[in-house]
Design a protein. Structure first.
Length: 362
């Protein structure tokens, strides 16, 4: 690890693009740090104000003290040219020049982002956790932002399977945000996952840093699943970054009556992949591992009510939700939730509005 690289992002106003340009010109972070004032000015990469700030910062920074602080916090770092840097992220248009991380180095073979509303419904929380659990069972690393709601549910789902997950933070790694996730973040590290940030220690979680954080989530991931999002949700920013980088966007459909589902439904109308189970993602990338003898025929056990509806669906090749409603005695809302759960668990699939069949192979 190069302490010169770790020091560069600490300079106020010195962004990832500037750092990459400086390193590209001077060859190494150490060369940037030791370049003469004249060489820095003659390069014309930085504005006069940033030149002044960088030269002042460089004079006042004690590298030995900084390195001792980072290592004492358990923080390591890498540049976009290092082997410990995520390869998918390095290929993006504006990768962070330096990443700080705690836990495992952030290089994983199979990665999927899961994002969504901070003010998620019970449906969204259950869905995010369920998807994360199934993906984790197949060796997929789930990347998310550690925020309240969908992000926390996704990380928590992976931890239930003792899998690895990446928390991309919009602040320094010595800050815990949100504060109630302190234990969650520690569990991520303990289970072989990673806390990751492009911001040096001491950086508070400022609003402008969250959209920048979202580009890292999208950049690290083969695809991004948006579980629940309002029309102006920050999660849609993540999906925009994913599309710009040529990554897949999966969207979980939701109720037309719930505001937090309007964004995800709009994504589907705009061409996102409709995602009703983690199997949709696994099959997209052929990530489903073949096992000698599965312990169970189904992904998840059913409740009594779900079992009743599932058996009703087995009576014919295709059934109508109206027929189930008449025979079951469930309310419309109750039946809708049961049908959604059966789809999420991989038992049935909807062929057209209100019509369902048993999934192939069951």
């Amino acid at each position: 690890m190069d302490i010169y690289a770790a020091a560069l992002p600490g300079c106020p106003g010195l962004g990832a693009k500037n750092i990459r340009e400086l390193i590209d010109h001077f060859n190494t972070p150490e060369d940037v740090w030791n370049a003469s004032e004249k060489d820095i000015i003659d390069l014309h990469v930085l504005t006069p104000a940033r030149e002044k700030a960088f030269l002042k910062y460089r004079r006042e920074t004690d590298l030995e003290k900084l390195e001792k602080k980072l290592l004492g916090l358990g923080i390591r770092w890498c540049t976009w040219e290092d082997s410990t840097y995520p390869s998918l992220l390095a290929e993006t248009s504006n990768p962070p020049a330096v990443l700080y991380y705690m836990g495992t180095s952030p290089v994983f073979e199979k990665t999927i982002g899961i994002v969504g509303s901070r003010k998620a419904t019970a449906y969204g929380i259950e869905t995010a956790g369920q998807f994360a659990r199934v993906l984790s069972k197949e060796g997929v690393t789930v990347v998310s932002g550690g925020a309240r709601g969908i992000d926390s549910a996704a990380h928590g789902g992976v931890l239930q399977e003792k899998g690895s997950t990446v928390v991309v933070m919009a602040c320094g790694l010595d800050k815990v945000y949100p504060p109630e996730n302190r234990n969650l973040f520690q569990q991520v590290i303990d289970n072989g996952g990673t806390l990751l940030s492009e911001y040096p220690p001491g950086t508070p979680p400022l609003g402008r840093q969250f959209p920048a954080r979202n580009r890292i989530i999208a950049g690290m991931s083969r695809g991004v699943i948006v579980v629940e999002a309002a029309e102006r949700s920050g999660s849609l920013i993540t999906s925009d970054f994913a599309l710009e980088e040529g990554r897949d966007v999966f969207s979980v459909p939701g109720s037309i009556w719930i505001d937090s589902c309007k964004g995800t439904n709009q994504l589907i109308r705009n061409g996102a992949i409709c995602c009703t189970s983690a199997e949709d993602v696994l099959s997209e990338y052929n990530w489903k591992e073949e096992k000698g003898k599965p312990e169970s025929k189904y992904l998840e056990p059913l409740t009594i009510e779900e079992e009743y509806v599932f058996h009703f669906c087995q009576t014919e090749g295709e059934v109508n939700s109206e027929d189930i409603l008449q025979h079951s005695g469930f309310s419309v809302v109750k039946l809708t939730m049961i049908l959604l759960q059966l789809q999420l668990k991989g038992y049935i699939q909807e062929t057209e509005q209100g019509r369902y069949i048993i999934k192939t192979g069951l």
